[in-house]
Ligand binder design. Structure first.
Ligand code: KG4
Ligand code: ZN
Length: 331
């Protein structure tokens, strides 16, 4: 099927044209980061307005880039949740309008399912696999037995990994979103310089906890104020190492417990170079097949929404015009 996919759950307005849930013909992403950076985080009301301003242009651009006309589209997939209600509604309203106008089927998709399956746009991965989904709102370990067959093995009990990156970045005066900035600083730092805790590492669960790590950084800065200026690289590298170490070791534990030697890492934090390195090292050592989408497909984008969208539409799933945003929607 030739699908138009829409994503507007947070601070990226994105539209993509994807064939058969596998071939990306276009994937246009308009980021609002600069607007929200001024406020140190995403302001939901501003996000909705920005989506409204951008969405028509983004859809037109996606069709133009793909060389496809509205008349050729065979279906529409849209992020239904989880995310910001007002932001989600912009994508949903446009999706409904286009589906109604063109009389083509519409399906609402779970954003996290999009992240988990984005890998299929680049690499075929056999089921079952273990998936680590790490973004601004999620830190989950899943066992994936097929599309639509997800078992949660563990999740964060407080902050998500991306949230921890963003909060620690704020503590040390870096702009929102902090993950990229910490990654950059960490590249020139010593990851062993400061011994930050590895929360829940030996608790026998597949859960994560990152809020204590943020407090540990704050406590360290209180005792070593000079680190906020001259020691930022080491601080960033040590914090990043602690997060990546926990994410990698818990993923390794899930592989060991299930015997499933295939791992997919997904979500915005999967762009992190430290995480990509530690996952690659673990996979190498343990003979695990590892798939991590390229960074563009790890962070929020509409092409990933087309993967489950195509699967469900092809199997006859349809959303009605009563499709509503689901700000909270566990997979
Ligand atoms: O998946 P995503 O684009 O949006 C959500 O669904 O949340 O993830 C955004 C999160 C932010 O917290 C951002 O700081 C983090 O991903 N992130 C990173 C990196 N790039 C993005 N965190 C660490 N290192 C990065 N290179
Ligand atoms: Zn996301």
């Amino acid at each position: 099927m030739l699908l138009l996919a829409l994503e507007s759950s947070c601070d990226e307005t994105s539209a993509a044209v994807v064939r058969d849930g596998r071939t990306v013909l276009s994937n246009v992403i308009a980021s609002q980061i600069d607007v929200h950076a001024e406020y140190g985080g995403v302001v939901p009301e501003i996000a909705s307005r920005q989506h409204l301003e951008a969405v028509s242009l983004v859809v037109e651009q996606a069709l133009r880039d793909a060389g496809v006309s509205l008349l050729e589209l065979e279906g529409i997939a849209v992020t239904q949740g989880p995310g910001l209600a007002g932001a989600l509604l912009v994508g949903i309203s446009v999706a409904k309008g286009l589906a109604l106008g063109r009389r083509i089927p519409l399906v609402g998709v779970n954003h996290i399912e999009g992240h988990l399956l984005a890998v299929f746009l680049e690499t075929p991965v056999a089921f079952p696999f273990i998936a680590l989904a790490v973004s601004g709102g999620h830190s989950h370990l899943y066992r994936v037995d097929g599309i639509g067959r997800y078992t949660t093995l563990g999740q964060t009990v407080d902050d998500a990994a991306g949230e921890a990156f963003d909060k620690v970045a704020k503590l040390i005066g870096l702009p929102y979103p902090g993950g990229v900035a910490i990654d950059r600083l960490a590249a020139a730092g010593n990851p062993q310089a400061i011994k930050f805790p590895r929360p829940l590492i030996n608790d026998g669960s597949f859960n994560f906890s990152f809020s204590g790590l943020k407090t540990a950084v704050l406590t360290y800065l209180g005792k070593h104020p000079e680190a906020a200026t001259s020691g930022l690289n080491d601080l960033a590298a040590s914090f990043q190492a602690a997060v990546c170490d926990v994410l990698t070791r818990k993923t390794a534990a899930a592989v060991a417990a299930t015997g499933i030697k295939r791992v997919v890492v997904a979500g915005g934090v999967a762009c992190n170079s430290g995480l990509r390195r530690s996952m690659a090292a673990f996979a190498d050592q343990q003979g695990v097949e590892l798939a991590m989408p390229s960074p563009l497909l790890c962070s929020d984008n509409a092409a990933m929404i087309a993967v489950p969208g195509d699967y469900y539409l092809a199997r006859g799933y349809r959303s009605g015009f009563d499709l509503d945003a689901l700000p909270v929607w566990p997979l």
